[in-house]
Design a protein around this ligand. Sequence first.
Ligand code: AMP
Length: 220
Amino acid sequence: MRVRVVFLGPPGAGKGTQARELAREAGVAHIATGDMLREAAAAGTPLGREAKRIMDTGALVPDDVIVGLIAEHMRAPDAAAGFILDGFPRTIAQAQALERLLADVGHDLDRVVFFDVPEAELLRRLTARRVCRVCGTPFNVASAPPRQAGRCDRCGGALYQRDDDSEATVKRRLDVYAVQTAPLLAYYGNRAVLVRVSGEGSIETVRRAIHEALGQEQAR
Ligand code: AMP
C-alpha cells in the first residue's frame, strides 16, 4: 500500500486519530499542521504565540506561515517513504502550494481521503474531546473514554481540553471549514484522487473503510 495521502474533512471528523494509527502501521510520516502549531505555542516561540492567538478564535493561520512549516517537513528524509497530511491543505492556495512542493520533491498524491461526518455529530465530538498533553492522543469522554479518567491510555500523560474545543469556537471553526476548506472537495474531485469515507461509526470501522479506500483504483 503506497501512502502519500491527504486527510481532508471538518474538525472532529477523526482525521488525527486515524492518521496516527495509519502512519505508525505504514511507517510513514504523520504531518499535522495543528499539532505543529500547538507545539510551537507550548514552546512559546513568536510564531507559536501568534498562531495561538489566531487558533483560539477559530480562524485559520495565514497560508504563507503554514506553507513554510509544511515545506520543511515534506523535504525531510522521513517523508520520503510516504506521508499523511492531516489538516493541510485547508485552502485552495495551500493546495496549489502543495502541488508545487510535490513537483519539487518528485512525488504525486496517491489519494485525498475525505472524512464525511454530519455537523451535529462533529459538535458532539469536539466538545467531548480531550487530548493527551504528552503524546497528543485524542479521547472522547462520551464515546471512547480513557481507561483511567484524565489519563492517556497510551502513555499515562494528563488529558486536557483544547482551548479551541469550547462550543463557541467549535461553531466558528465549522463555519471557517465550510467557507475556506470545503471548496477543496471540488478541487480534488476534478483531479480524480478524491475518495470519500464515512467518518461515522467506530474507530475500527472507519479504519477499515480507509484501508479499502487506499486500495481502490486511482480513477474511482
Ligand atoms: P487542527 O488541530 O487541525 O484542528 O487545527 C487547529 C487550528 O490550527 C485550526 O483551527 C487553525 O487555526 C490552525 N491550523 C491548523 N492547520 C492549518 C492550516 N493548514 N491552515 C491554517 N490554519 C491551520
